[in-house]
Design a protein around this ligand. Structure first.
Ligand code: ZN
Length: 348
């Protein structure tokens, strides 16, 4: 059973088996030859930690993801790199996606000649989301979907941990290669959790670095973005893409390593199928905004009702509801209409 609405930096996630997670960072470990996992703690954040992966090469090394731009994250990362004798001037970076718990420390850590691999889409969004204009655009989107105007801009969608600084990005396109040591990684564009999310696949060793596209214990949040149509449709297509690969081990952005990728992908697909069915049942009661639909969806929150739940949780829930409703609309399963300022969804 998945459930439990939680804040996770800029997005919401569902937890299951919370008691499996100690909340303490484990010692950095070698998970595969020359691939080291460094747990970067995220204090007071339900995600608990980000997995950064150091892949050692003969000349230069690659660091996958970093954690937030927080002192606790910086300290853990630096300790891990020191433990494995990786000096910062020999490190290039790969950012799976723009979220601050993955990209937050790159600007601070990268040396002047370091390459920072990322998708163009997420690199540009990383710059854009740091601007007040993007915040206003995002507020307009949520308001159109019924989020109350008088509750917008109350600080629940803070963007404190996002670096808006320009970096020496190397944009990766699908099938672009990154070679480190004996590994030959290929970039796979997996939009959904973010519009330009990237995974790295090593076809010879059958290893997938999955970022937040595929996680164990947690279902990645799929939400609404300004100027992005159908995040959930993109996400489901990206899952299908991964299902075509031979994968022996998944190195995810949070929590445990995954040894049965195909089974986990099927669970994630089923999770969204169940959510879509639930929304169709909710719409049987009549036309509603995404905000209203979110209020009727089952969330395992410790609040008596939707209107008493914290604003940031309503914000994340509404984003998720919009993503599912837009998907159903694109599939022709629900109608979308405008009434005054709001967008309404209904059964055909
Ligand atoms: Zn993320």
């Amino acid at each position: 059973m998945l459930r439990g609405l939680q804040s996770a930096g800029r997005y919401m996630i569902y937890f299951k088996n919370m008691d499996k997670v100690s909340g303490r960072s484990a010692m950095p470990e070698e998970v595969l030859p020359d691939i080291y996992r460094i747990e970067v703690p995220l204090p007071k954040n339900p995600l608990k930690y980000t997995n950064a992966y150091l892949i050692k090469g003969s000349e230069r090394h690659l660091l996958v993801d970093t954690g937030f731009n927080w002192s606790e994250c910086l300290q853990a990362l630096k300790s891990g790199l020191k433990l494995f004798n990786a000096s910062l001037d020999k490190i290039d970076f790969f950012i799976t996606h723009l979220h601050g718990d993955h990209s937050g420390l790159v600007y601070q850590l990268c040396s002047p000649d370091a390459r920072v691999y990322c998708s163009r889409v997420d690199a540009e969004l990383l710059m854009e989301t740091a601007s007040p204009a993007y915040g206003r655009e995002s507020d307009r989107l949520y308001n159109r979907h019924g989020f109350p105007a008088n509750m917008l801009g109350k600080g629940y969608n803070k963007r404190d941990y996002i670096s808006g600084e320009f970096m020496n990005y190397v944009y990766l396109n699908p099938k672009d290669r990154i070679s480190v040591g004996s590994y030959r990684f290929e970039a796979i564009l997996t939009p959904g959790h973010s519009p330009g999310h990237l995974c790295l696949y090593e076809p010879f060793q059958q290893i997938l670095i999955s970022g937040d596209h595929i996680l164990d214990d947690i279902t990645p949040n799929i939400t609404a973005w300004p100027n992005v149509n159908d995040s959930l449709g993109s996400y489901l297509n990206s899952l299908e893409q991964i299902q075509q690969l031979h994968v022996k081990m998944v190195l995810p952005g949070h929590r445990s390593l995954i040894h049965n990728c195909a089974a986990r992908v099927r669970e994630l697909q089923e999770h969204h199928r169940v959510r879509l069915n639930e929304i169709m049942q909710i719409l049987a009661n009549g036309a509603q905004t995404a905000y209203q639909v979110a209020g009727s969806m089952t969330w395992d929150m410790h609040y008596k009702n939707w209107n008493e739940s914290p604003l940031f949780q309503r914000w994340f829930a509404t984003g998720e509801a919009i993503a599912h409703l837009e998907y159903l609309h694109n599939q022709g399963q629900v109608k979308k209409s405008s009434q005054e300022k709001h967008c309404l969804f209904s059964l055909p």
